[in-house]
Write a protein that binds this ligand. Structure first.
Ligand SMILES: NC(=O)C1=CN([C@@H]2O[C@H](COP(=O)(O)OP(=O)(O)OC[C@H]3O[C@@H](n4cnc5c(N)ncnc54)[C@H](OP(=O)(O)O)[C@@H]3O)[C@@H](O)[C@H]2O)C=CC1
Ligand SMILES: O=C(CO)COP(=O)(O)O
Length: 331
């Protein structure tokens, strides 16, 4: 198939390589001409994914929006979540009317509290059955090195989910399908907030008990919030839920974990932002999760504690001490 990826960041590029390895013709769209030139002339993305020496020959790039999507059967969106709406507005009248639009993004828009399925469908005026999300334990560097990994493709129209899953299946990358778009979006967004918190306790020097307390209570919180938003419980126990939490909360390859770890070591939010090697989506998403919890009547103590870390500079000990009250409750 002819597939265009919007955004040649770390994951956009690694996923582009998966698509090329699966036998597709892949065009990367990037706004920076240096990245376009690097991919076209050297088959390399030294700015965002230097770990790959040579990207496949069936991957090319352009900075021209119309040219990028004119022939696309699938358009994959891999832009930092807070900028997706604005960036997609320029593609609204350019994407072919029958193309499937697929989001790789894991975040909630801060100002609207919208999930990425909502942002993409609104920005492109796209019917929901032409939207799919891809989410799972997919640290970009590991996928880029072709280490065996699996993911989940969600689309209200399961036939289209299968089309997308087939388009990204290789001998090292396995895609499962689901119709639970809301669940997939909630898992991918909220696990970044949990990874910030787990990273923070690790950075502050705490061990397994503290990390697993935060990770497990984070899972309970994201499951409750997701179910209140209409998600299927099963999604949270799968690759996109528990699977992605394990990967993201356990790896210094995660930008969210590393960001949290730097906070735990005593950096300020500004210093941790400077030190980050790419977008840490959990940072703007934390506030949106708290607001969404209030809207849906779901208690989100971990997200709230992390929002105070980010806005008021709470230390790790202060964050942990305010996490649970003394009142006894059922797990
Ligand atoms: N990295 C990973 O392991 C994984 C990431 N994801 C998700 O995928 C999404 C992208 O992540 P990733 O590629 O790693 O992030 P990067 O930080 O590497 O790249 C972000 C991308 O967004 C683009 N971008 C930022 N602002 C704008 C804008 N205003 N207009 C157009 N493009 C813009 C950047 O372009 P430019 O280069 O020009 O700044 C870049 O291509 C995130 O939501 C992330 O959570 C999901 C699974 C795995
Ligand atoms: O989503 C990811 C792994 O599945 C990547 O996490 P980070 O965005 O924290 O790097």
């Amino acid at each position: 198939m002819r597939i265009t990826v919007l955004g040649a960041g770390a994951w956009g590029t690694a996923f582009g390589q998966v698509l090329a390895d699966a036998g597709n013709e892949v065009t990367m769209w990037a706004r920076e001409s240096d990245i376009v030139d690097d991919i076209v002339k050297r088959h390399h993305n030294s700015a965002r994914l230097p770990v790959v020496d040579r990207l496949p020959d069936s991957m090319t790039a352009t900075g021209d929006r119309a040219q990028a999507v004119a022939q696309a059967q699938i358009v994959v969106v891999a832009i930092a979540a807070q900028f997706a709406r604005e960036a997609l507005a320029d593609f609204k009248d350019l994407i072919p009317a029958d193309a499937l639009v697929v989001s790789l993004m894991k975040g909630i828009e801060r100002r609207s509290m919208d999930r990425m399925d909502q942002v993409v469908c609104q920005a492109l005026d796209l019917p929901e059955e032409r939207f799919a999300a891809v989410s799972g334990p997919n640290l970009s560097k590991e996928v880029a090195l072709r280490q065996p990994s699996a993911t989940v493709v969600a689309c209200k129209d399961l036939a289209r989910a299968r089309t997308m899953a087939a388009a990204c299946t290789t001998d090292y990358f396995k895609a499962f399908v689901t119709a639970d778009v809301v669940g997939l979006e909630m898992c991918g967004s909220f696990k970044n907030v949990v990874a910030l918190a787990v990273g923070m306790v690790r950075g502050a020097g705490y061990g397994e008990n503290t990390a697993s307390m935060v990770e497990t209570r984070g899972l309970a919180e994201l499951t409750a919030l997701g179910q209140a938003a209409g998600a299927d419980f099963k999604t949270f126990a799968g690759l996109a839920g528990v699977g992605d939490l394990i990967a993201t909360c356990g790896s210094s390859l995660s930008r969210n974990y590393s960001f949290g770890s730097n906070l735990g070591k005593g950096m300020s939010v500004e210093e941790a932002t400077q030190a980050s090697s790419g977008v840490a989506e959990g940072v703007p998403t934390t506030e949106a999760v708290v607001a969404l919890g209030r809207q849906l009547g779901i208690h989100t103590p971990l997200a709230y504690a992390m929002s105070r870390v980010l806005s008021e500079g709470l230390t790790c000990d202060q964050m942990l001490s305010q996490l649970f009250g003394r009142e006894i409750s059922e797990e």
